[in-house]
Ligand binder design. Structure first.
Ligand code: MEV
Length: 316
C-alpha cells in the first residue's frame, strides 16, 4: 500500500580519474585519484504495484532484468547486496540506470553504476549511506567485474573527493592548495581492467624484481605529486604525469594510440599527460593551463580522440 503512494527517488555517482599510481596500487603502493563530477551514472527508483517485484533496467545497454531471475548479474548482485544491508525484502520497484560514462573507458563506469544504484536504494529506504558503506558495497561488485581490484575506484567514487589511496586502508582526503584543469580524452578503444591487471600480474610473476622496482618508482612519483598538490605547485606536477606514463609504457599497458594522444597533448602545450586507469585503451589525461584548454582539446581530437573535455579538480 505504502509503495503505491510513494514518489520516485533518484541518486547519482560521479566518474573518476587516477591521477598517478594505477596498477602499482594493486601491489600496495599509493595512488592519487580525483572524482569527475561532470560525468555521472544516475539511478531512479520508481514504485511498482504490489506483487510486481523488482526490475532493473539499463536503457543504455538494452538490459532489463528481474531481480529474482538474474542471481549472478552484477546489477542484480548490487541491488541484492544493498537490500541485504538495509534488511529489506525484494521491493516492488523499477530501478532505471543510465550513465554518461564510457563503458570500459578507465573512468570508473562500473563503480559509478553500482554506487548510483546503492544510493538510490538507500534513498528509497529513507537512509543516507556513509561513503565507507557505499565504498564497501561497491567493492564487492568491483571484484566481480575486475577480479582483484585495489579498491581505489569504489573509494574515490563513494567519497567524491580527491584521495590518496593505499589498498586495504581508509582513504586520505588530498589537500589541494590550487585548483587545476585536466583535459580527458577518450581513445575510443575499450580498456577492460580485468585484462590489463592480469597482464601486469603475468609480467610481475615473470620478472618480480623488475616490476617491484617499477612500482616503487611510481610510488616515488605519487609522493612527489602529493607534495606538489599540497604546495599548489601545479606546473611541477606535469613532468610527474609524463614520468608515470613512461613507467606505464614499461609495464606494457600503453598502446601506440595512447602514446600518440599523450604526445599530441604535450605538443599542444599540456604541462604533462598520461594514460589513466587500466590502459591499453580507455582515456588519457592532460594537465593544462586554463588558457590552453581549447587548443589541447582540439589537438587531442585531431590526433584521433573520440571525445575530449575539460574538468577542474577543485582546491579544498
Ligand atoms: C583501475 O582504475 C586502476 C587499476 O590500478 C586497477 C585497480 O586499482 O584495481 C588499473
Amino acid at each position: 500500500m505504502m509503495a503505491e503512494t510513494r514518489l520516485p527517488v533518484e541518486a547519482s555517482a560521479c566518474g573518476k580519474v587516477i591521477l598517478l599510481g594505477e596498477h602499482a596500487v594493486v601491489y600496495g603502493r599509493p595512488a592519487l585519484a580525483a572524482p569527475v563530477c561532470g560525468l555521472r551514472a544516475r539511478a531512479r527508483a520508481e514504485p511498482l504495484p504490489p506483487g510486481a517485484g523488482c526490475w532493473i533496467e539499463a536503457p543504455d545497454t538494452g538490459e532489463r532484468l528481474r531481480l529474482s531471475e538474474a542471481p549472478d548479474h552484477p546489477l542484480a548482485r548490487t541491488v541484492r547486496l544493498a537490500l541485504e544491508h538495509l534488511g529489506l525484502p525484494e521491493p516492488d520497484l523499477r530501478l532505471v540506470l543510465r550513465s554518461e560514462l564510457p563503458v570500459a573507458g578507465g573512468l570508473g563506469s562500473s563503480a559509478a553504476a553500482s554506487a548510483a544504484l546503492v544510493r538510490a536504494l538507500f534513498r528509497w529506504a529513507d537512509r543516507t549511506p556513509e561513503p565507507e558503506i557505499v565504498s564497501a558495497l561497491v567493492y564487492e561488485i568491483e571484484k566481480l567485474h575486475h577480479g582483484t581490484p585495489s579498491g581505489i575506484d569504489n573509494t574515490v567514487i563513494a567519497y567524491e573527493r580527491p584521495i590518496r589511496f593505499v589498498r586495504g586502508r581508509p582513504p586520505v582526503l588530498l589537500r589541494i592548495a590550487r585548483p587545476f584543469t585536466l583535459v580527458i580524452a577518450d581513445s575510443g578503444v575499450p580498456s577492460p581492467t580485468r585484462e590489463t591487471v592480469a597482464a601486469v600480474r603475468a609480467g610481475w610473476e615473470r620478472e618480480p624484481a623488475r616490476y617491484e622496482a617499477l612500482f616503487d618508482a611510481i610510488a616515488d612519483l605519487v609522493q612527489e605529486a602529493e607534495a606538489c598538490l599540497q604546495a599548489g605547485a601545479i606546473e611541477a606536477l606535469g613532468p610527474l604525469l609524463d614520468a608515470n606514463h613512461r613507467i606505464l609504457q614499461e609495464l606494457g599497458v600503453s598502446s601506440p594510440l595512447l602514446d600518440h594522444l599523450v604526445e599530441a597533448a604535450r605538443m599542444a602545450g599540456a604541462l604533462g599527460a598520461k594514460l589513466t586507469g587500466g590502459g591499453r585503451g580507455g582515456n588519457v589525461i592532460a594537465l593544462v593551463r586554463p588558457e590552453d584548454v581549447e587548443v589541447v582539446t582540439r589537438a587531442l581530437r585531431a590526433a584521433g580522440a573520440r571525445g575530449a573535455f575539460a574538468t577542474e579538480v577543485r582546491a579544498d
